[in-house]
Design a protein around this ligand. Structure first.
Ligand SMILES: NC(=O)c1ccc[n+]([C@@H]2O[C@H](COP(=O)([O-])OP(=O)(O)OC[C@H]3O[C@@H](n4cnc5c(N)ncnc54)[C@H](OP(=O)(O)O)[C@@H]3O)[C@@H](O)[C@H]2O)c1
Length: 218
């Protein structure tokens, strides 16, 4: 049993992940920023913790993380502008790394982005910034000295998915159901021997838990 703090707990991936983690016997806390989200989180079996990534400090985040072993970063600005992309997708993980060090939390799972997303489309400034910002966050975590896994899903689709995925160090680009991202995160958290790895993820043919077990075997 781990004590897990989820940033992005109310999002498309996060709201699917929290009940999976609770059902697996973990103690789950999730960040909420709007009144009314707390009750929904409790219904998922997670404890709500109030905070906004636009203005929270690393010290405030460290206080929230106290007593947790694992953090998942699945928050995102979702195309709501460059300042929010920098603060949420960029500074969010950076603050989390600093906060984790201060709080003694050693394991972070970061939902990043598939490097080939957007290829073949007309370049858009906001998307280019998003991809650069995601990569900078990956680099900060990879250099942090903490235990981490960076998961790079293909373009997310608003579906639970059928539980079948492709997971590996390098994959052809594709889409992935948000529920499948949640399943893979839950299985990765249950497999701490997968550590300091960058994994790409799309929908595929292998049950999520088997795909994670195969990734563990290398
Ligand atoms: N869209 C794609 O195709 C794609 C592809 C690859 C990777 N990703 C990444 O995958 C991750 C999960 O995506 P998703 O679709 O589940 O995201 P989502 O549904 O847009 O959810 C975003 C989450 O971030 C939270 N958030 C936003 N602003 C915040 C703030 N200021 N303070 C605290 N929390 C805040 C949201 O909270 P509220 O509920 O309060 O808004 C929500 O919980 C993101 O990091 C995203 O960048 C996306």
């Amino acid at each position: 049993m781990s004590r897990i703090f989820v940033l992005g707990a109310t999002g498309g991936v996060g709201h699917r992940l929290c009940p999976m983690l609770a059902a697996a016997g973990h103690q789950v806390s999730g960040l909420v920023r709007k009144p009314g989200q707390a009750e929904a989180l409790r219904a998922m079996g997670a404890d709500p913790v109030e905070g906004d990534l636009m203005d929270i400090s690393a010290a405030e985040m460290a206080a929230m993380l106290a007593g947790h072993d694992v953090a998942v970063f699945s928050a995102g600005a979702a195309g709501s502008g460059p300042e929010r992309t920098r603060m949420i997708d960029g500074q969010g993980p950076v603050k989390l790394i600093e906060a984790a060090r201060a709080a003694g939390l050693s394991r972070i799972y970061l939902v990043s982005a598939f490097p080939e997303a957007g290829r073949g489309k007309e370049p858009r400034e906001g998307f280019e910034l998003y991809m650069r910002t995601k990569k900078e966050a990956d680099a900060a975590l990879a250099a942090s000295g903490l235990d981490w896994v960076i998961l790079r899903p293909g373009t997310l689709v608003h579906e639970d998915g059928d539980g079948r995925v492709s997971l590996g160090a390098a994959l052809p680009y594709g889409t992935v159901a948000r529920g499948n991202v949640a399943r893979v995160l839950a299985a990765l958290i249950g497999t701490p021997s997968i550590c300091r790895e960058i994994l790409e993820l799309t929908d595929g043919a292998v049950p999520a838990e088997e795909a994670v077990a195969a990734a563990r075997r290398g």
